[in-house]
Design a protein around this ligand. Structure first.
Ligand code: ADP
Ligand code: MG
Length: 348
């Protein structure tokens, strides 16, 4: 494995000296060939800016971006256009298909500009269309296609030039729930088929957890945490990272090395590795399924305030001192609102 993308200490400012916005605040990371990177963060955290810097749509203010060993921040003129055409593929939220061209022509456009022989273009477009199941719409215009077909055509167009990096900025956020799920599969297929490195911006937690090899969480133009979905879910480094990927309870108490005392009781958890940021704030992060509810015995005393049946499990809200915790429990034992119970931590 070699690093296909190396982002080295980049900064990006917008605006004039009097009114500067720092959109990217010294970011560095590397991406291995074939990796699927999910970029997450709140609106305005710099996700699109980061993607635009990698795609050379935007110029960095400082720092370097190496793609296959070449510093793309230095590219100009025809080298730059050639780099974009041959190394990158884009999938945008609004498809960006050209209305006056058929699906075939939309997919073939970049290859035509690259002066690839017509025969080869025909073969490549048809082969990708077959894999993405859009052969029957190749002669149609965008207005004659459904949202899902347009999205597949946009995928085909992005990968037909065999890019080394595929860049996607919230490509599924405008789709309805059902189409979203089926397009997730298409994008996973595209990843498997092409082996391309994918940089995928999303604000959808489940999308990032389900699809990415590694997730990069951004906050205020900085990287908050980079890791595999499991690492971020089970070993978040900050409160922000913990709650950004999924629901998280923050239990308040006192840390003493690896022991955690809750509510001034002698209740002690021999916890897993918990990041220093939590220890500094006297917190212990617990995912909803890591808490178990028991009727009696040791545990943090709590009162059930709400119960929601969801088929496979039951979602409880519990009041515990000042805090309200969320617990996902199996449906075998059930607790009623108002019931006094104990919460026990069990690492997943
Ligand atoms: P995200 O994609 O995470 O929502 P953006 O990268 O679009 O965030 O924006 C990051 C910050 O940079 C925001 O504060 C935004 O207002 C600012 N910004 C983005 N594009 C421009 C621009 N062209 N001119 C000025 N400020 C911009
Ligand atoms: Mg954005």
């Amino acid at each position: 494995m070699s690093s296909v993308l190396k982002v080295d200490n980049i900064e990006k400012y917008y605006g004039s000296k009097a009114n500067l916005t720092k959109a990217i605040d010294r970011i560095s990371f590397e991406v291995e060939e074939g990796e699927y990177i999910g970029i997450m963060g709140a609106s305005g955290s710099g996700k699109t800016t980061l993607l635009n810097c990698i795609s050379t749509i935007d110029q960095v203010t400082a720092g370097n971006i190496m793609i296959n060993g070449m510093d793309i921040t230095k590219l100009k003129g025809k080298h730059l256009s050639r780099f974009r055409r041959e190394e990158l593929g884009f999938i945008f939220q609004d498809f960006n298909l050209l209305d006056t061209l058929t699906a075939f022509e939309n997919i073939a456009l970049a290859l035509t500009i690259m002066k690839i022989p017509a025969r080869e273009i025909e073969d490549r477009v048809r082969s990708i269309a077959e894999k993405l199941m859009i052969t029957e719409v190749l002669n149609k215009y965008p207005y004659q296609m459904s949202g899902g077909q347009k999205q597949r055509v946009a995928c085909a167009r992005a990968i037909v030039g065999k890019p080394s990096i595929l860049l996607m900025d919230e490509p599924l956020s405008a789709l309805d729930a059902e189409l979203k799920i089926s397009m997730r599969r298409v994008i996973q297929d595209v990843h498997r088929m092409t082996g391309a490195t994918i940089i995928y911006v999303t604000h959808d937690q489940s999308e990032a957890l389900a699809m990415a090899d590694r997730i990069l969480i951004m906050k205020n133009g900085k990287i908050e945490q980079v890791g595999t979905p499991e690492e971020i879910y089970l070993h978040p480094q900050t409160e922000f990272a913990a709650s950004f990927v999924s629901k998280c309870n923050f239990v308040r108490g006192q840390w003493n090395d690896s022991y955690f005392k809750v509510m001034d009781q002698s209740l002690i958890y021999d916890g897993p590795e918990v990041a220093q940021a939590f220890k500094n704030h006297g917190l212990f992060p617990v995912r909803p399924e890591q808490f178990h509810i028991v009727k009696e015995g040791k545990g943090i005393p709590a009162t059930v305030t709400n119960r929601q049946y969801s088929g496979r499990e039951i979602h409880y809200s519990l009041k515990c001192g000042e805090d309200t915790f969320t617990v996902y429990a199996g449906s075998r034992e059930q607790y009623e609102p108002g019931e006094q119970v104990k919460l026990v931590y069990q690492a997943s």
